[in-house]
Write a protein that binds this ligand. Sequence first.
Ligand code: MN
Length: 288
Amino acid sequence: MRICRFDDNRLGVVRDGRVHDVTAALDALPPCRYPLPAFDPLVANLDKVRARIEALLPSAPSKGVDEVVFLSPVASPGKLVAAPVNYLKHLAEARADAGVHHDNQILEIQRIGLFLKATSSLVGPGAGVAVRHHDRRNDHEIELAVIIGEAGVGIRKEDAWKHVAGYSIGLDMTVRGPEERSLRKSVDSYSVLGPWMVTADEMGDPTALDFCLKVNGQVRQQANTRDLVLGIPELIEFASAFYTLHPGDVLYTGTPEGVGPVVPGDQILAEFQGIGQMSVAVRPAQAA
Ligand code: MN
């Protein structure tokens, strides 16, 4: 199933190029009271919600995918985990290009580990990316995003797949510079997720997906998930050796070679086999 959030916090299912409005399925969620949970309630209750969706779908009103504004398919993740330099050709370009490494030592992912992006940086494709620090490079990074479904800590890679709820396209937008990754990659709107979540059962095997990113129609990044250094099970094992993964946590799995700058006015088109495509506009951030 392809589950999306759209327009004014509507819940949708994407089928045959149309978004079917199944917002009433959210009634299956248990009521939330303060303190709010550390997980995303929709993803944590996906089975219940899906049962309601199936009942609603035959009579659900629909709109074309081009007629809606897509929000992040996960509204309230507890954390955004991200993998640096997880494709060898990107490791090579990062080490070769001073505009990328800024005198930071670029270590292999097995040594440098993972980092976190602020959840406040998360947007859907419809919101676009608002560029800050115009005097610096602001780069696109297309990544397969894995959405955790079942909580776990100390997960062995052999058991990792059953912790996955689904997949989306991720953009790990980045201000280049000398600071820690978590600062430079946590600017408001610098974590794009969308256009929908493809549930794990519908995706099947995500370990050999073609994907590409274009800016203003020109191909910048083109790769396949088979070239991940640490695959999805290894990343889940690595992350959960340090912290509990909760339903709705998002794992940005790393970007391949071809990273490059965008500026306000640019249009990013990100496309993933098995998921679809999303268009993301780049604009200037509002002055504070
Ligand atoms: Mn990245």
